[in-house]
Ligand binder design. Structure first.
Ligand SMILES: Cc1cc2nc3c(=O)[nH]c(=O)nc-3n(C[C@H](O)[C@H](O)[C@H](O)COP(=O)(O)OP(=O)(O)OC[C@H]3O[C@@H](n4cnc5c(N)ncnc54)[C@H](O)[C@@H]3O)c2cc1C
Length: 452
């Protein structure tokens, strides 16, 4: 395995390449969308960036949202919370929505329309069947997808069963539909072998109500039969199944369960499967050692896909550690996190020859993406790049135009789930340390592409 310094030596012209690819990608990005909906979205993002009180109100909304029974209640809570925030235009609109002068039904309709319209750009459909036209359109354009079924953390066995059943149905529905899709060579094969057309991302916390840090073995036992069922359906339909990573206190259980099942003889011939590595965890390099060791000693018919992300629970991990007086498991310095992301990117790309591991680099940060593409090019190796639908659309278009393989992570869910998802993504991307925020604020390209 190449150490970081060796890896940098292996690609001595890396920085000029990163700069060139970064600039080329920006040049390929579609110019700012000018539709009325895009204008509303920009205003909402702008208001959230400029207004910490508004962001705090939206945070509280995420907390109360699971208690809301329907879109009407969601809208009422959102309106009330926004009304508590300061006098920003969005807050005034929220206050109007919560105003008793409007009937509850009218309030619900107005809010559901506004937030729902925005949510539609982030979710791809209410269920698998409804999502099919959008998934097929992306495929025809040359963009692969991975589907994620939205839902709150599962608290009962019935909910876990229903989530697993929806996953199963999604695999079967997409499998049938994908037979009619035209061939797209870049999306169906890489240097390591065939790539399934259908790709589903699943959350272990949705497969069992028992995933608790205090008793990981109960969570593993609870999720195991349902994950096994999904692996069988994925194998029988030739799909890829990807296990998402969640908060740090569940990482061990999720990893153990995934590796345990994929080690079994019945899954040696398939399906194609993978897991997520979170670069914001300070001990992620050691975790990657473990994943690579496992992949090398458990050769399967398909390479083990490792999706590298920074991690979506930074605030949660930091606050939780402070509350308990622990050392946070996540980097506290943004640049250190980005540096680690780049080191892990290089290690993952270099681990591919031999066919036991496939690298997928997921980010909306132009520097992180350009670095991954530049390093893969310099080493003459392949790499898949991944973005979230709605947030990464412009990057996706630029990667497509540049002839690179890109996969969009596409959530499916109803309006209520979609609104909660939208709010989370808005909060993440309007935080001080977000690349998308820096980009939206007009930070110059040379700075955005600087080595972390
Ligand atoms: C296709 C796809 C799949 C994903 N799947 C998962 C998943 O399974 N599990 C998961 O956890 N996340 C997942 N994510 C989300 C991902 O972890 C990031 O939250 C998101 O992509 C933002 O990171 P970025 O590189 O795009 O943006 P950037 O703006 O470059 O990075 C933001 C990230 O930096 C980190 N950060 C923020 N502040 C600090 C700080 N002060 N010090 C150190 N680090 C900081 C956080 O991780 C934050 O999310 C996925 C993202 C994509 C695109």
């Amino acid at each position: 395995m190449l150490m970081d310094t060796d890896a940098a030596e292996a690609a001595p012209d890396l920085e000029p390449r990163v700069e060139r690819i970064g600039r080329e990608l920006v040049a390929q990005m579609p110019t700012a969308r000018k539709t009325p909906r895009a204008a509303v979205e920009r205003r909402v993002m702008g208001a959230m960036v400029a207004d910490p009180e508004l962001r705090a109100a939206v945070f509280r909304f995420v907390d109360v949202r699971p208690a809301c029974a329907d879109p009407g209640e969601v809208a009422r809570h959102l309106g009330e919370l926004l009304a508590e925030a300061d006098d920003s235009p969005l807050a005034r609109r929220g206050a109007a929505l919560a105003d008793g002068a409007l009937t509850r039904r009218a309030t619900a309709k107005a809010a559901a329309l506004g937030v729902g319209q925005m949510a539609q750009r982030f979710i791809i459909g209410s269920d698998a069947r409804a999502a099919l036209p959008a998934v097929e359109k992306l495929w025809r354009e040359g963009v692969a997808t991975t589907i994620d079924l939205l839902g709150e953390a599962t608290v009962t066995e019935d909910e876990a069963e229903s989530y697993a059943a929806r996953c199963e149905e999604t695999l079967l529905t997409l499998h049938e539909a994908s037979k009619g899709w035209p061939s797209r060579e870049l999306l169906e094969r890489d240097g390591l072998g065939p790539l399934p057309r259908v790709n589903l991302s699943v959350k272990v916390s949705a497969l069992t109500p028992l995933l608790r840090p205090t008793a990981p073995e109960r969570g593993i036992a609870g999720a195991e039969p349902r994950l096994r069922r999904l692996l069988r359906v994925a194998r029988d339909t030739g799909a890829h199944l990807h296990v998402d990573m969640e908060s740090f206190d569940t990482r061990e259980a999720i990893t153990e369960l995934t590796l345990k099942l994929l080690s079994e003889e019945e899954f040696a011939s398939g399906p194609s499967a993978g897991i997520v590595l979170q670069a914001y965890l300070t001990e992620s390099p050691q975790h990657l050692d473990r994943l690579l060791d496992w992949a090398r000693t458990h050769r399967r018919a398909y390479p083990f896909t490792i999706r590298l992300v920074k991690g979506a629970y930074w605030d949660h991990e930091t606050v939780e550690a402070i509350q308990h007086g622990w050392e946070p498991p996540v980097f506290q310095d943004r640049r250190a996190c980005d540096r680690n992301f780049e080191e892990l990117t290089r290690r993952l790309i270099d681990a591919q020859p031999g066919g036991v591991v496939r690298a997928a680099i997921a980010s909306h940060n132009l520097r992180s993406i350009a670095h991954a593409a530049a390093y893969a090019d310099a080493r003459g190796l392949d790499v898949e790049l991944q973005v979230l639908r709605g947030l990464g659309d412009e990057t996706q278009a630029a990667l497509l135009a540049a002839g690179r393989r890109v996969r969009a992570y596409c959530p499916i869910g109803d309006l209520v789930a979609g609104m909660a998802y939208l709010v989370r993504r808005l909060l993440e991307n309007t935080s001080n340390d977000s690349f998308l925020r820096a980009q939206a604020e007009g930070v110059d390209l040379t700075t955005l592409l600087e080595k972390p």
